[in-house]
Ligand binder design. Structure first.
Ligand code: SAH
Length: 393
C-alpha cells in the first residue's frame, strides 16, 4: 500500500472513537466489545478486575453470546455472574450501528441507512435470491478513489470504519432479518437468510485492510460467526500491494472492478489505475493465492455506452483474462443524478457478452437490484447529504 494512498484516510481513522473503559463514565458508554480479538477481550476483562484464571473462559462465553446467539444486551448473558454483567453494562457497549432509514424495494432488496456513533452515515444492502441472500457491507464512510461513474465517490467525507462497525453491520442485518442460529446448543441449521457477504458497499476495503481483516477473521472464526471464507467476496478497484496479503491471510474470494481494457480509459474511470495500471493488476490476479478453477476471480465490468463496450473491447478483455480462473460480471450502469454516463444499450451488452461466452468465459449480465430505492451498485450514498444540502437557504 503506498504511503500516499494511506495518508488520504489516515488522519481520519477513528481510534479516538474507542476510548478506554476509564473514559466511559455513563452506563453503556464505554468502548464497544464487538470486533475485539480474544487477547483484546482478555485485556478488557482484566480492566474489569475479572480474576486471571477466569478470563479465558469469560471471553469464550462472551463470544458465544455475541456471535453465536446474537444477544445485544448484557442482561441476557445468563452464565455470567450478576456483578460481571453489571460491570460490563457500566463500562462497555455491544451496540450495533443505529438504523436511520430502511427502504424495501419491490424486488425484495433492502437498503438500510445506518448512523455511526460519531454521526456519520453508511449504507448496507441485503439482496435476496431464491434460497439465500447476499449482504453488501461498507468498509469506509465515503471513498477516496473517485471512480468517475460511481456515486459514492462524490461524498465529501471519508474515514475508515472500525472492526466493530464492519462486524456490527452484519450483526444488525441478522437482528433485522431474524437470522441468528437457534439460541440452543444444537447444531446450526445450514440454511441462513444471509448466506454470503460481499464487501462491495461504500469504500475501498483494501484501503482499510487491518480493520476489514479483523472483522472478517471473527466472521470466519469457527467460534465466531462461523461463515466460510468461500461465502465471502472482497471487491477491490485494484489496490495491488494489498491484494497478495488479502489472498494469503484472509483467503476470501476476490472481485476486481476492472471496467476497462486499456489504461487510457481505465485511468479516467478508475483513477487508481494511474498508480497500478492494468498489466500490474492482471499480474496480481495471476498471483492471487487462493484463486483456482473452483474459486474464480470475479471481474466486474460496468457497461458504459460507447466508452468501454465495443466488440474490440470485448476481444481485448478475452486476451487480458486468458489463463486466469475468471468470470466476468457485466453490470449495466446505474445512473444517478448528475452522472455523465449512459448505460450501454441491451444490444451492445448482449453482443459484448457473446464474445466473452464464445471464448469460454462465464459472463452473466447482472440484473440491477433495488434500483427503485437507489441501492444498486454505485448508488450507495447517504441521502442525508442531499437532505442537509437542501436545508441550507
Ligand atoms: N471499492 C471497491 C468496492 C466497491 S464495489 C471496488 O471498487 O471494487 C462496488 C461495485 O459497483 C464496483 O465494481 C463499482 O465499480 C461498481 N459501481 C460503482 N458505481 C456504479 C454504477 N453507477 N453502476 C454500476 N456499477 C457501479
Amino acid at each position: 500500500m503506498t504511503g500516499e494512498m494511506m495518508n488520504v484516510v489516515e488522519p481520519l481513522t477513528v481510534a479516538s472513537s474507542r476510548p478506554g473503559p476509564k473514559l466511559g463514565p455513563k452506563p453503556g458508554d464505554g468502548f464497544n466489545l464487538i470486533g475485539l480479538t480474544r487477547p483484546e477481550l482478555v485485556a478488557a476483562m482484566a480492566e474489569l478486575d475479572v480474576p486471571e484464571r477466569q478470563r479465558k473462559m469469560r471471553v469464550q462465553q462472551l463470544w458465544r453470546w455475541f456471535y453465536n446467539r446474537g444477544v445485544n444486551n448484557f442482561d441476557e448473558m445468563s452464565d455470567l455472574g450478576k456483578d460481571l454483567r453489571k460491570h460490563l453494562a457500566e463500562n462497555h457497549s455491544i451496540a450495533r450501528p443505529a438504523i436511520t432509514t430502511r427502504l424495501d424495494s419491490t424486488d425484495g432488496t433492502i437498503k438500510w441507512l445506518l448512523r455511526l456513533v460519531d454521526g456519520n452515515e453508511i449504507e448496507m444492502v441485503y439482496i435476496p435470491d431464491l434460497d439465500h441472500g447476499a449482504l453488501c457491507i461498507s468498509s469506509q464512510v465515503g471513498c477516496t478513489l473517485n471512480c468517475d461513474f460511481c456515486h459514492t465517490g462524490t461524498m465529501p467525507l471519508v474515514r475508515n470504519l472500525t472492526p466493530e462497525e464492519i462486524l456490527g453491520q452484519f450483526m444488525l442485518a441478522r437482528d433485522c432479518l431474524n437470522d441468528w442460529p437457534q439460541q440452543s446448543e444444537g447444531p446450526r441449521e445450514n440454511a441462513r437468510i444471509i448466506s454470503t457477504i460481499v464487501m462491495m458497499g461504500m469504500g475501498e476495503p483494501l484501503l482499510n485492510y487491518d480493520n476489514v481483516a479483523k472483522a472478517l477473521n471473527i466472521i470466519m472464526d469457527g467460534e465466531g460467526i462461523a461463515l466460510s471464507r468461500r461465502a465471502i467476496t472482497l471487491s477491490t478497484a485494484g489496490l495491488v500491494p494489498a491484494m497478495e496479503r488479502c489472498g494469503r491471510e484472509l483467503r476470501v474470494n476476490l472481485a476486481v472492478s476492472l471496467h476497462a481494457v486499456n489504461d487510457e480509459v481505465r485511468n479516467k474511470l478508475v483513477p487508481l489505475n494511474r498508480r497500478h495500471p492494468i498489466a500490474e493488476l492482471i499480474q496480481a490476479c495471476h498471483d492471487y493465492p487462493s484463486a483456482n478453477n473452483a474459486r474464480r476471480i470475479t471481474f466486474e465490468y460496468v457497461m458504459l455506452q460507447k466508452i468501454n463496450d465495443s466488440l474490440e473491447d470485448a476481444h481485448e478483455l478475452v486476451r487480458l483474462l486468458r489463463g486466469l480462473p475468471a468470470k466476468i460480471n457485466l453490470i449495466p450502469f446505474n445512473p444517478w443524478p448528475g452522472s455523465s454516463y449512459e448505460c450501454s444499450s441491451n444490444n451492445r451488452i448482449h453482443r459484448f457478452a457473446a464474445v466473452l461466452n464464445d471464448a469460454g468465459f462465464a459472463a452473466p449480465i447482472r440484473t440491477p437490484r433495488g434500483r427503485d430505492i437507489m441501492a444498486a451498485c454505485g448508488q450507495l450514498k447517504s441521502d442525508s447529504e442531499k437532505k442537509k444540502r437542501s436545508l441550507k437557504p
